[in-house]
Write a protein that binds this ligand. Sequence first.
Ligand code: ZN
Ligand code: ZN
Length: 249
Amino acid sequence: MDVVRKQIQVRGIVQGVGFRPFVYRLAQRFHLHGHVRNTGDGVLMEVEGAAQPVEEFLARMACERPPLAQVSETVVTELKATGETGFSVHATREEQPQFTLVSPDLATCSDCLREFTDSRDGRFAYPFINCTNCGPRYSIIRDLPYDRPATSMAVFRMCPRCQAEYEDPGSRRFHAEPNACAACGPSLTLEAPGGIRLTKNRRCARGGAASVVWRTNPGDQGTRWISTGMRCRERRCRTAAAPAQTATG
Ligand SMILES: [Zn+2]
Ligand SMILES: [Zn+2]
């Protein structure tokens, strides 16, 4: 069998748009070996396999790219086969960024909106929900190449569930750099004038994602917010309530 190896450098808006997971899945589909990584000026990959599937891979990459990717240039170089087995997404190599286009922040996609509004989902009402098809990009990037340690998300250590999604090639959060949930990501607090905390998404005592439930009492002067308890959204956790509090705003 004729084994070939090619290096493919792709430039354009190709970081933060799910390009590496896309390449990974494509390589799996054609049983190719090699690796892919972000570089200072785009995405660089090497693929190895029989000549025909490698050609198919290149053709598919040109026409099936992720919806948000914009490729400005693709450079293919012939290499000697190395016998590498498996296909991996490599950590970014330290190098000086030369030229790359940064994706803008992207509005919440329909899949994330569906999870956001589903009370049975682990990210129900989580304000910072995102995936490889949507979420913050430009506003969290501190340096290039675009990888989690080079973003303001670096300080948020992913919980086991988020980490598993991040590492699962079948998940649409595979290498989603801002991946987060209420248990491990940023939280949002709403305060009334005077610093009165109205609501905050937070964890329950057992570490599950929880939310404070508020209702207003319209009979009072001004708006009176009454906490009716904190409910944990983890399915098996029955932690029901924090002490009731009131706040006037
Ligand atoms: Zn999304
Ligand atoms: Zn999480």
